[in-house]
Design a protein around this ligand. Structure first.
Ligand SMILES: [Zn+2]
Length: 171
């Protein structure tokens, strides 16, 4: 009986709150508490290839690589590994003249780095984009890319095409 009263009491509180609170506040509250950023993983899951005290941050924009892990890329410059939050920042580094070797990207399914030449990119899905308006997520398996596309839309392209699309951010 007490339980019942408590439940109905909390129902009153919940409905009372939502009708009083302005819509904006209510929706931002929901976002913070229930929706983790799609790109994020836990610290344990993230692979950081960079060295040094800034290893957790994008080489170009300084964003946190654990928070934007699923769109992370990496490449070597003069033997030194750099890691990026996204293909956007990788493209910016190339555009600014960096001579990069062995570009890699995170496979969204395994959360491991794979060579970009082996990746299938789903471009323009409804999942959030990193540093861009057009999202780009990479998969090692074409079947995984297709499953992601079936759920979230977008088109499947190779790295070169994804890079050309990323370059449009700078125009
Ligand atoms: Zn970045």
């Amino acid at each position: 009986m007490l339980k019942l009263i408590l439940i109905s009491l909390s129902l009153v509180i919940i409905t009372g709150c939502s009708s009083i609170a302005p819509k904006k506040v209510a929706s931002s509250k929901v976002k913070k508490t229930t929706h983790k950023r799609f790109q994020s993983v836990s610290k344990e899951e993230a692979i950081l290839l960079q060295k040094g005290k800034n290893r957790e941050y994008c080489h170009i924009c300084g964003m946190n690589l654990v928070k934007f892990y699923k769109t992370s890329h990496a490449a070597k410059e003069n033997g030194v590994e750099h890691q990026y939050c996204s293909i956007h920042c990788l493209s910016k580094d190339i555009k600014d003249g960096a001579q990069l070797e062995n570009p890699q990207v995170v496979d969204v399914s395994s959360l491991k780095f794979i060579p970009v030449t082996e990746a299938y990119y789903v471009v323009g899905s409804k999942k959030p984009a990193t540093m861009s308006r057009v999202s780009k997520y990479a998969f090692k398996s074409l079947a995984d890319a297709k499953a992601f596309q079936a759920q979230n839309g977008g088109k499947i392209v190779d790295f070169y095409s994804a890079w050309q699309i990323a370059k449009k951010d700078f125009k």
